[in-house]
Design a protein around this ligand. Structure first.
Ligand code: TXA
Ligand code: MG
Length: 334
């Protein structure tokens, strides 16, 4: 059931979370499938609805920095700076977790992923939850495990069915999931790229950001797992192939009139000389990383729904601001 978000429906949604129900929640990145973070039975419902393995930890969404000490046992200086710089916004921090708090949500990790979303509906909901005793809201992306993340209320309904209560907060602005920084290894480690770039994180905290294969700290803990970092993820039904603009032209010309049920996401619509034909569904890939991120999952989902068997995608530029989009495309193609 999709409800347009307003004061009354947000209050209703907060009560649903208090009562142990699930909720489709708009955020600025993608829609989440939300439950009360400290209600283990409710959190289990998330894993079941998504078909997600119980050892893949969920992000806990909080109304603000005041809620951080409820979940995190320790906040390094550099993490503090990152919250000041980017919260509310599309940045998740992995921090040491109080044992016994939100353990099911954390999927067996002794850490916790915390994020304070900027979407006004998410903010209003998290604030409405506090007086009800819901101090944080666990929410992975509201898609079935391994599939494309939803960026509209209709996407959520098509993934998870019409029994689910979904707050409609419009299309997501950012379009790809939050940047994740692991703050448990003594230095910032990038687990998942997003709209907030590695360079912005470095500038805000004054520390170099390592890649996710960074060495472990002295405690010798195994690196936490992040399903958003599995090699194959975000996969539509159609096969996704990444190609240069020249590669697309060469392959289209080779196929000639046989090109059928083919989706194409590229900067420019090919001419008929370049192999464009009626069996090809073309969508324009924006020239800026920000707009392309916004469009990405919707384009994959739309082409998939139209029954194409392959989606050819023009490789984005190799520059830093495209890291998040490149990452999602590489894993959609894996
Ligand atoms: O933008 C987002 O982050 C969205 C919206 C709904 O907030 N959420 C999202 O959740 O993308 P999900 O579950 O699809 O991805 C969360 C990622 C997963 O890769 C998970 O493994 C990782 O965060 N994660 C969560 N807690 C963690 C922890 N304690 N240690 C390591 N990774 C963690
Ligand atoms: Mg996800």
């Amino acid at each position: 059931m999709i409800l347009s978000a307003n004061e009354a429906t947000i209050a209703q949604a907060a009560l649903a979370l208090r009562d142990g129900q699930l909720l489709g929640l708009p955020t600025e990145t993608v829609y989440g499938l939300a439950a009360n973070a400290t209600d283990d039975a409710a959190v289990v419902k998330i894993f079941v609805a998504k078909g997600r393995p119980a050892d893949h930890p969920l992000i806990v969404h909080v109304a603000g920095v005041d809620q951080v000490p409820l979940f995190a046992a320790q906040v390094p200086d550099f993490a503090q700076k990152l919250m000041q710089a980017f919260w509310p916004g599309p940045l998740t921090l992995i921090l040491p977790r109080w044992s016994g708090v939100a353990a099911t949500s954390a999927g067996g990790q002794d850490s916790i992923g915390l994020r304070c979303p900027s979407h006004p509906v998410a903010q209003a909901l998290l604030r409405a939850c506090l007086p009800l005793g819901v101090l944080g809201v666990s929410a992975p992306s509201a898609n079935r495990f391994g599939r494309v993340s939803p960026t509209s209320a209709a996407h959520v309904q098509s993934e998870l069915g019409s029994d689910l209560l979904i707050l409609d907060g419009g299309d997501c602005d950012v379009g790809i999931e939050s940047t994740i920084i692991d703050c448990t290894r003594g230095e910032p480690v990038l687990l998942r790229p997003g709209q907030i770039t590695r360079a912005q994180v470095e500038a805000a905290c004054g520390r170099a950001v390592r890649g996710k294969d960074a060495p472990l700290d002295v405690s010798g803990q195994a690196a936490p797992r992040a399903s958003g970092t599995l090699e194959s993820h975000y996969a539509p039904r159609a096969k996704v192939r990444l190609m240069t603009a020249q590669g697309i032209t060469a392959n289209l010309q080779a196929l000639g009139p046989h090109a059928n049920n083919l989706g194409l996401w590229s900067n420019e619509r090919p001419t008929s000389d370049q192999g464009m034909g009626s069996g090809i569904l073309w969508r324009q890939q924006a020239a800026t990383a920000e707009q392309a991120a916004h469009d990405l999952f919707g384009v994959l989902r739309d082409l998939d729904a139209r029954g194409v068997t392959q989606i050819w995608v023009q490789k984005p530029p190799d520059t830093p601001e495209w890291e998040g989009v490149r990452d999602r495309l590489q894993r959609a193609a894996a």
